[in-house]
Design a binder for this molecule. Structure first.
Ligand SMILES: Cc1cc2nc3c(=O)[nH]c(=O)nc-3n(C[C@H](O)[C@H](O)[C@H](O)COP(=O)(O)O)c2cc1C
Length: 246
């Protein structure tokens, strides 16, 4: 009897030991966490933390377009007329002015409008063509108003005007000649608005007037489009500007 009680105790002890060892093995096999991470699971790769890098709100923005327009070295100089214009009737925002403003917007440039000192230009189209033709025949140099910005502050200068009788308006030659020295060494980029004559040699004529400057390819825009197709003009301006490296 004593022997059978002893055998029973041994059996119970062995069973308890076997159960304990089996239970330990089962726990280890079901743990997915790699050893050494305290049992924490990795965040899923597709979770938000993996997809969207977070930038602290107080970190300074150093992206290229965060520099702002204050440190621009680009100027847009232009001449433009309101009143009655070819194919568009009476306008209160000149065609060339519209393109000049688009260029300034796209480049962060400053603007300078060449305005006649004594505005002798008529507001009716046919009278304006007469005055412009006379000035061209006389090689007139009409005076312009206002203080030209300090050109030493700029490396690149866009210069635009309407085509008048296949040429720059004479007042623009006043600007080129009076500022020839200050424009020397700069990059000049011409643009025109017109109703069929395109750039009319604006680039070549600008080079002749400012031989010390580098003149790049220009842009010609239909005056009518400036009033009536501004989206396509803006696209053309932006593509041209991008091609220039802006
Ligand atoms: C006096 C004068 C002469 C012009 N001569 C030409 C010309 O030779 N070729 C041309 O395509 N357009 C010519 N035009 C049309 C203008 O170039 C066009 O309407 C221009 O977009 C006007 O621009 P603005 O509103 O900035 O002054 C002439 C317009 C005027 C007023």
């Amino acid at each position: 009897m004593k022997k059978s009680i002893k055998n029973l105790c041994c059996l119970v002890l062995m069973m308890a030991l076997t159960f304990t060892l089996t239970a330990c093995g089962s726990t280890q096999n079901s743990d997915p966490a790699p050893s050494g991470n305290g049992g924490q699971q990795n965040a899923p790769a597709s979770g938000p933390a993996a997809d969207v890098p977070e930038t602290p709100a107080d970190q300074p923005d150093t992206s290229p377009d965060s520099t702002g327009a204050d440190d621009t070295r680009t100027l847009v100089v232009y001449f433009s007329r309101t009143g009655e214009q070819y194919t568009v009737g009476v306008i209160d925002h000149g065609n060339t002015a519209i393109v000049a403003e688009m260029i300034a917007e796209a480049t962060g440039a400053d603007l300078f409008e060449v305005l006649p000192v004594d505005d002798h230009y008529p507001m009716t189209y046919s009278e304006l063509t007469d005055v412009a033709k006379r000035e061209q025949n006389e090689k007139a140099r009409p005076a312009y108003a206002g203080d030209v910005p300090d050109l030493s502050d700029y490396d690149t200068i866009f210069i635009g005007a309407p085509v008048w009788w296949g040429d720059w308006p004479m007042i623009m030659y006043t600007f080129f000649e009076e500022n020839e020295d200050a424009l020397s060494g700069k990059t000049l980029i011409p643009f025109s608005t017109h109703e069929g004559s395109g750039l009319s040699g604006f680039d070549r004529k600008l080079s002749s007037s400012c031989p010390g400057s580098t003149v790049l390819d220009g842009l010609a825009v239909r005056g009518n489009d400036c009033q009536n197709k501004q989206d396509s003009v803006r696209t053309a301006v932006n593509e041209w500007i991008a091609g220039l490296g802006y």
